[in-house]
Ligand binder design. Structure first.
Ligand code: FAD
Length: 258
């Protein structure tokens, strides 16, 4: 595998950083190529602004259109071009982050906002009677896979089907489906560690073992079977799931999993 690890934690001695280091070591030892984007260490700029698009920035700023023109002209900033190049190089992307306010840390969302530009990650492909652009299973990053490695403060029952925080699959759906599957990346089931604020150093070896095992299985892990957009499950252009395709008792985000 050619694996890009996108890491988002400010503390090099944190649990998240230990999991990132373990992933580098485990995958490298197993003969895989690994590159790391350590966003805090890189002082990643997380905000989109006119400076991102140089002479292609319009006034008023049009983020989608301007980013697309700058992308097509090869004129995005060097930091963004480097991340796009890493994504094109990788066949597998691991995102390592703590769950903060039900979501990824802002620096990682800012990486997505700036790197997933128009014409690169969205606004790709033809629009016709049978295609609504290339997205949700197609697109620039199709054929690549991703794994979210997420540490969570709350205990597992709080994230179960009836748990007060909502099911973890629902909380991660915006990332799995809206950010990754949209430009074509197929996510596999996430590696989620619960109750991490109470994790003791004595418990860490078990966590490390589970993470190593998961990493070594990654190459052969099937992705989450999200429905692809342009392959008959959705009417075009309404993009509603066709009648009768919903499995009994399933609603909400679960409708979009085959
Ligand atoms: P650390 O604090 O670095 O480590 C946790 C424990 O792991 C340590 O106490 C230590 O005993 C052990 N450990 C760490 N590294 C090692 C090592 N190398 N070897 C052995 N043991 C080690 N939680 C939720 O459930 N939902 C939320 O919405 C949510 N929002 C949050 C918002 C913010 C702004 C913050 C700060 C926290 C939030 N949390 C939430 C909690 C958060 O998810 C956890 O604090 C986080 O996942 C823990 O990861 P960490 O890397 O920061 O852990």
């Amino acid at each position: 595998m050619k694996t890009l690890i996108v890491h988002a934690h400010p503390e090099p001695r944190s649990l998240n950083s230990a999991l990132k280091d373990l992933a580098v070591e485990t995958l490298t030892r197993a003969g895989h190529e690994v590159r790391v984007s350590d966003l805090y260490a890189m002082h990643w700029k997380p905000v989109v602004d006119a400076a991102d698009y140089g002479p292609h920035a319009s006034s008023p700023l049009r983020v989608a259109a301007d980013s697309g023109r700058a992308f097509e002209a090869g004129a995005l900033t060097e930091d963004v071009r480097a991340e796009q190049e890493k994504l094109l190089w990788a066949d597998t992307v691991i995102f390592q982050f703590p769950l903060w306010w039900y979501a990824m840390p802002a620096i990682l969302k800012g990486w997505v906002d700036r790197v997933f530009t128009y014409r690169f990650a969205y606004g790709v492909g033809e629009h016709s009677d049978t295609k609504y652009g290339e997205r949700y299973g197609e697109g620039t990053l199709a054929g690549k896979r991703a794994l979210l490695s997420v540490t969570v403060g709350g205990p597992e029952p709080h994230y179960a089907a009836r748990g007060i925080n909502g099911p973890i699959d629902d909380l991660l759906f915006p990332i799995h489906h809206g950010i990754l599957f949209y430009p074509g990346i197929e996510p596999v089931s996430p590696f989620v560690l619960y109750g991490t604020d109470r994790l003791t150093e004595e418990e860490f070896p078990d966590v490390a073992k589970a993470w190593r095992e998961r990493l070594l299985m990654l190459e052969s892990t099937e992705p989450i079977p999200f429905r692809r957009q342009n392959f008959g499950d959705y009417a075009i252009p309404s993009l509603q799931l066709r009648e009768g395709l919903e499995p009994a008792g399933r609603s909400g985000f679960g409708l979009h999993v085959r």
